[in-house]
Design a protein around this ligand. Structure first.
Ligand SMILES: O=C(O)CC[C@@H](O)C(=O)O
Ligand SMILES: [Zn+2]
Length: 568
């Protein structure tokens, strides 16, 4: 048959068999197969070339030089001039927030900051603009000072001073959050971790990395990859997000299915408390039962309990073999059934199980000009399955057996398989760039929901039915393997009436099925009032007591995470 790879031939034979019984099945295997075999191979060339043009980092750097607002591997936005660039309403005005009685920054304060972090005090209003607005351009503060410490001692000095002076502080990493947690609401001082970007140590035996909070996730991944390890987390904003911000928000992402959450992989951290004291829990031990595990308080606390300045993190070995299958399914029930089969047949090599609906596919096609690699009419649902293992032959065999099973049983109606890195990246772009495509579609109402997996897509269907034509698009995608749905709704502009139709409907629906209204993005500013849909009063009350104990004056990231007192 002209196919020499043992692993591929299994798929090839099964495919030939499937073609006869399932005429809709289309597959491209990029390794060892020629385009003569499959009609869809030709379409891949276009797909790949498109991807290269759209994703070229060089062109991004060129463009963003004009006015660099945010550079994300998969999330980019920029403006060509500062004049009239920001039409983002002030958060305080759009949401009617009352400023808490913090002090205002005086010239004397600025002199202190200049003394503490010389040359790293930014007060130029134009330079401050991008730090005052979130990546989604939905919330905006009006901070007049940005500080860039390099070491935890400087953070300590700053916080001790701010606490005494009753000055509010917003810690900021890469500013890639999606819930308005990393930008000020009023004039809070922005404490950027951008210059705290040093690796402290890496142990090539244990895989334990100790680094400062401002290291960029992608840079860290490249660093540990050189030593045959990978970071235990990966997410769309990897090119900009800081590891400290990842830990502070307990970011999830696409590797969680395989390596677990940061609550397990973060072994230790250093945090500076509101009063300036440095809490050094930067241990690098797998096991440590000496008292309460205080680091857990800071993981996911969104900068409200302390500023994370360094982390110790357990990195897995770099897998020797990786494969990505991009499959089309005829229904969500089939997506679920495929997942079940996948877990059973791929077992330990399964590293991601992501899904998107056809509406998402249409958006990445329309706004980012990405091509659907599966030719013919679209599928209602797409699944991206990644395997990562230590033995290419073994993985291929397992994957081929799995594909044979899901094809022959009719669970999967179209598919494509990639084994080389460039092509794997191209397939991942279809999933990872949905957020970016949505921003081109208009104003986006974002929901990040955890639900029992079998209920996951019902929420999308019910929301779509409820909103009818008042929404432009209602889409569902996410980390199916983690039971995490990203429900996104777009409209031409922000409309209060549409918001009223969505909320509290989506939250009540989620609560009814014991889901979480914030699976992996945090509560930040935008979701904090809705915490009660997922946590009992007693839990919220205890959180407020912990906050009051660690930050009695409430200077750390005010207006975030916890609901306004007395609002319930
Ligand atoms: O934009 C979103 O709603 C999700 C973003 C991110 O968590 C993802 O999984 O792509
Ligand atoms: Zn996500």
């Amino acid at each position: 048959m002209g196919v020499t790879m043992a692993g591929s031939s299994v798929v090839y034979h099964s495919l030939m068999w499937c073609c006869s019984i399932l005429p809709r099945w289309r597959i491209t295997c990029y390794k060892g197969w020629t385009s003569a075999h499959f009609a869809s191979a030709a379409s891949y060339t276009t797909f790949h070339e498109n991807w290269k043009v759209k994703s070229s980092k060089d062109s991004r750097h060129r463009v963003t030089k004009l006015w660099h607002v945010g550079l994300f591997r998969n999330r980019v936005f920029y403006c060509t001039s500062s004049a009239g660039a920001w039409e983002v309403p002030l958060t305080s005005e759009r949401y009617g927030v009352q400023r808490l009685p913090f002090s205002h920054v005086s010239d004397k304060d600025l002199a202190f900051f200049e003394h503490t972090v010389p040359g790293r005090v930014i007060t130029d209003p134009d330079m401050l603009k991008p730090f005052n607005v979130d990546w989604l351009k939905m919330v905006r503060g009006c901070s007049k000072v940005l500080l860039k410490p390099r070491i935890s001692g400087e953070v300590s000095e700053i916080l001790r001073y701010c606490n005494e002076r009753n000055l509010a502080v917003t810690p900021q990493g890469g500013n890639t959050g999606l819930v308005g947690g990393s930008v000020p609401v009023f004039d809070e001082i922005i404490l950027s971790t951008a210059l705290m970007n040093q690796v402290i140590s890496f142990n090539g035996v244990s895989g334990i990395l100790v680094c400062q909070a401002g290291c960029i996730l992608e840079t860290l991944n490249q660093y540990v990859e050189e030593q045959e390890f990978i970071m235990p987390l990966d997410l769309g904003a990897k090119g900009s997000c800081h590891i400290g911000g990842n830990v502070a928000t307990n970011a999830g992402g696409i590797r969680l299915l395989r390596y677990g959450s940061l609550r397990g992989t973060v072994l230790g951290l250093e945090a500076v408390l509101a009063n300036g004291r440095v809490l050094n829990c930067l241990t690098s031990l797998r096991k440590d039962n000496t008292g309460y595990d205080l680091k857990q308080l800071f993981i996911g606390s969104e900068g409200t309990l302390g500023v994370i300045t360094a982390v110790s993190i357990l990195c897995p070995r770099k897998p020797k073999a990786a494969n990505v299958a991009f499959l089309g399914c005829g229904s969500f029930a089939h997506v679920l059934e495929t997942f079940k089969v996948c877990k059973g047949m791929l077992g330990e090599i399964l590293s991601a199980y992501e899904f998107l609906d056809d509406e998402c596919m249409k958006l990445v096609q329309k706004h980012l000009k990405l091509n659907n690699p599966l030719t013919g009419e679209g599928s209602p649902f797409y699944v991206l399955i990644e395997t990562s293992g230590s033995n290419a032959g073994h993985d291929e065999e397992k994957l081929n057996n799995f594909l044979e099973q899901v094809i022959s049983s009719g669970l999967v109606i179209a598919g494509t398989l990639a084994t080389d890195e460039t092509k794997i990246k191209a397939l991942w772009a279809l999933r990872e760039r949905i957020t970016e495509a949505l921003t081109h579609d208009g104003y986006v109402y974002k929901y990040d929901i955890s639900l029992p997996v079998e209920k996951l897509y019902d929420l999308v269907c019910d929301t779509r039915a409820r909103l009818g034509k008042s929404a432009k698009n209602v889409v569902g995608y996410g980390h199916l393997g983690d039971g995490n749905l990203h429900l996104n709704i777009t409209a031409d502009s922000y409309q209060q009436t549409l918001l009223n139709a969505i909320e509290p409907f989506v939250y009540e629906w989620t609560a009814k099925y014991q889901g979480s209204i914030s699976a992996e993005h945090g509560l930040g500013f935008k979701k904090k009032q809705h915490i009660y849909y997922s946590k009992p009063d007693e839990a919220v009350e205890l959180m407020q007591k912990v906050k009051a104990m660690l930050d009695p004056r409430g200077i750390l990231n005010p207006y975030k995470t916890l609901p306004t007192q007395g609002s319930h």
